[in-house]
Ligand binder design. Sequence first.
Ligand code: SF4
Ligand code: SF4
Length: 357
Amino acid sequence: MARINPEFTDELKKYGAFDPNACYNCGNCTAVCTLSDENNSFPRKMVRYSVLGLDSEIKASLDPWLCYYCGECSSTCPREADPGELMMSLRRWLIAKYDWTGLSGLLYKYLVASVSAFILLAVAVIWFGYYESFHLETIMHYGHYFEMGAISVVFLFILLPNIIHMWWLTTYKPGVKVPLSAYFRCLSDLLVHMFTQKRTLGCDDNQVRWFEHFVLVLGYLLLLFTTVFLDWFSSQSLFVIILGYIESVIIFVVTFDFIRRRIQKDQEISKHSHPSDWFFVIWLFLMGLSAFFVRLFVDLNILENNIWLYLVHLIILVQWALIIVPFGKWTHFLYRSFAIYFATLQQAAIKQNGKKS
Ligand code: SF4
Ligand code: SF4
């Protein structure tokens, strides 16, 4: 039997700006949403679940992840209930529920917790610089190892368990019997969606946004590869040096455009910005920009006398890797791709069970 949580909407409001109680169930949002079909009423079902406080049903659902926030539903809602922002808030709430450490919820709900975490890490990096007598080569050496270590530790100890938790909540617990072979067969779907985010194209007028996201994901992943595995800051290879410059420029130019849109609020998606949205775009912008200048200072042979620049870059990198990637908006990239994968698995299970009966 469904359990109702009367405090749910109050809790959810801490994750975003919307008014689900304004909804009078007219169905306009469902009529315009391209994801709606005869079996699934997007986004109205999630609005109803939220109003009724059916938090277990929401936890078991993949729907919030399938929405790409085109904002059509919000702009056609006669009651300004803002269903698009509700879906966004549900995604943040779900991230907090998947996260076994509980830190995502803390950081999403309390700005002071996020700011304290950022300050704490900045102090730790400065202290480390001081401990190493601000010796550039040593700090850069550890900075490089930090990148490698952080990727593995964050993935193995935080992201992987959280993805398994997501699978348990959305697939295993509701009793979906997925044939083992489907997990392998559908892996290509996971990879395609992860790297192309092509589902965004399902919403109208999203081609430019999709292209920007695609270029940004590509630039980000390539820069990660170039700095971690090709050691961009120390490399002597002209190809690697130019590649790194191009990737870092892509990152700060595209994210600058994202920041501009959030300031101008010229699209439905950028009307409401949670602090986590600001952290994501600003930190990504700063990462691209600071990386670009670090390499430029290396090439101009002036980094030795401007070690502060590398320290600033390292602070941004550490905050990004230990706050935003494991607990913040970066996780959307992962959960959204896995949600599509799990949804495909569920369809495979339905097909298989249909054949048996
Ligand atoms: S359009 Fe607005 S009022 Fe109508 S069902 Fe959707 S959220 Fe509710
Ligand atoms: S934001 Fe777009 S995709 Fe998401 S529920 Fe609304 S209409 Fe559908």
